[in-house]
Design a binder for this molecule. Structure first.
Ligand code: BES
Ligand code: ZN
Ligand code: ZN
Length: 502
């Protein structure tokens, strides 16, 4: 696994910290006064700080920052980071601030930073610390495996300066939890960023094997080969796999907590390692980012690395029907009819609507584990991006309570999700004249919902939510100060939050 920055929490005055760059988060608003701020600095730097802050008219607005060079000090710079008004501050304020602080430290040539914990009017010190740790580790991420030089300079250390001695233990626990979560997100990002020629179904299975072996206790793995899937009648999934040279791998990770529990969660990730569209070939421009079509699978694998570390109290299954979607002489044709493992027949009219075919059999398999909740993550439809844009996941399900818990978890975790209706009136749009279902709707509109309705056919009445992560799974421009381009590991943070809400 890649090295991550070392993060420590200490009861410490910022100006006593040993770091290249000191970061002082500052709340603004009415009555904000630079003079009072400057008085907190060591005598020797007050004059230059005062001059810089006044010259740049620093008002501590969110996103505002001023760096001042320090003399007579171990640290080379102090950076004032605006947070806006204390009453408006959220965990996202802290995340954005830390992401920016890491970037500034890097730009100033520093390898370590010390940050004073920004304590607003409300907010728990442990929650803030956890959010800061995650943001710092995500901001420090770079996918530079293939770059000979010009790799991003990584941070060595971040110190969280805690004001109250009584908070130290809780902050240290939060640092540990934040590090575990961030590591899971960053592993998911690596898996997505790795090119499809490397990140094949077999490579996904190997990643799962590494997690089961080295990722902590109580995790086991089963991988089904093509013949095993044939025996289970997974005709929909195998129809997608039949055109590809790389053999499919059906991955099933299980986590059993130490103490028995009735709660059993199944998380299903779409694992199309490359989506060319198949014979319904995508145009070149749409194909360029299609290595990201296994982002749901990557989130499941990232989640399991977190699970190994955090040992949550619920039973969790991770399921991935991994395959490529390729055109070839053996590929499925528009018009072909296949049978999924639950007996449903599907007329395949567009081979680019392959995700729902793989998920049909993955959901059927998951259902047989009798989970108390099922969640699938899938880069399923371009329509989702048309509707909600690049940053927001569409959530739809058959159980309002589960959807609501997921949306709340997303909010806490700093991931954006929004509910769409599984409108029954649209159900006739996926009826086929020659089979039970067709894999594309007869209408041009509402593509995310009709895809959701298709999946619903394979879950029956089990509490289930479908997350269409087509937008935020892969960032073509940075999503925030702490989440840059490429794979985002979207979904991992939300699902970890959800564990406590199930
Ligand atoms: N993997 C794509 C969806 C996608 C598009 C994900 C853009 C991320 C970014 C999916 O398999 C697909 O091709 N969906 C089709 C469905 C259509 C044929 C009904 C789409 O959205 O065009
Ligand atoms: Zn497709
Ligand atoms: Zn796809």
């Amino acid at each position: 696994m890649r090295e991550s920055m070392n993060i420590v929490g200490e009861k410490l005055d910022l100006f006593a910290a040993k770091a290249d760059v000191l970061v002082l988060p500052v709340f603004g608003g009415e009555g904000f006064d630079v003079t009072a701020l400057v008085e907190r600095l060591p005598e020797s730097s007050r004059k230059s700080a005062n001059r810089s802050l006044k010259a740049s008219e620093f008002a501590a607005k969110p996103g505002e920052s001023v760096a001042v060079e320090l003399h007579d000090s171990r640290a080379h710079y102090i950076v004032f980071m605006g947070l806006g008004e204390a009453k408006d501050a959220t965990l996202e304020t802290a995340r954005e601030m830390v992401g920016a602080a890491v970037a500034i430290t890097r730009k100033l040539g520093g390898l370590s930073l010390a940050v004073e914990m920004p304590m607003g009017e409300e907010g728990d010190v442990a929650d803030i610390a956890e959010a800061m740790v995650i943001a710092a580790q995500l901001a420090d991420y770079a996918f530079d495996t293939y770059k000979a030089k010009n790799g991003k300079r990584r941070m060595k250390e971040m110190t969280l300066c805690i004001a109250q001695g009584r908070d130290v233990l809780r902050v240290r626990k939060a640092v540990e939890r934040g590090n575990a979560i961030a590591a899971g997100v960053n592993i998911a990002r690596d898996l997505v960023n790795m090119p499809a020629q490397i990140m094949t179904p077999a490579a996904l299975a190997e990643a799962a094997e590494r997690i089961a072996k080295e990722g902590g206790k109580n995790i086991s793995l089963k991988v089904l080969e093509r013949e095993d899937c044939e025996a289970l009648g997974m005709g929909a999934y195998l129809a997608v796999a039949q055109g590809a040279e790389h053999p499919p791998k059906f991955i099933h990770l299980s986590y059993m907590p130490e103490r028995a529990t009735r709660k059993r969660l199944a998380v299903i990730g779409k694992g199309v390692t490359f989506d060319s569209g198949g014979l319904s070939l995508k145009p070149a421009d749409s194909m360029m980012t299609m290595k990201c079509d296994m982002a749901g699978a990557a989130a499941v694998l990232g989640l399991f690395t977190v699970i190994g570390q955090l040992q949550p109290r619920i039973e969790i299954h991770g399921i991935i029907a991994a395959t490529e979607n390729m055109p070839s002489g053996k590929a499925i044709r528009p018009g072909d009819i296949v049978k999924a493992s639950n007996g449903t027949t599907i007329e395949i009219l567009n081979t680019d609507a392959e995700g729902r075919l793989t998920l049909a059999d993955a959901l059927t398999y998951a259902k047989q584990l009798e989970p108390t909740a099922m969640i699938d993550l899938a880069t399923l439809t371009g329509a989702c991006m048309v509707g909600l844009g690049e940053e927001i996941t569409a959530a739809m399900g058959n159980n309002d309570e589960l959807v609501a818990s997921i949306l709340e978890s997303a909010d806490d975790a700093g991931e954006k999700m929004w509910k769409l209706p599984l409108e029954k009136r649209y159900r006739p749009l996926i009826e086929s004249e020659v089979a039970d279902l067709r894999n594309i709707a007869t209408a041009r509109y509402g593509g995310s919902i009709t895809a959701g309705l298709f999946l619903q056919e394979f879950v029956d009445d089990l509490p289930w939510t479908h997350l269409d992560i087509a937008g935020p799974a892969f960032a073509e421009r940075p999503l925030s100060s702490y989440l840059g381009k490429g794979g985002t590991g979207h979904g991992v943070r939300t699902l970890v939050e959800l564990f406590d809400r199930l």
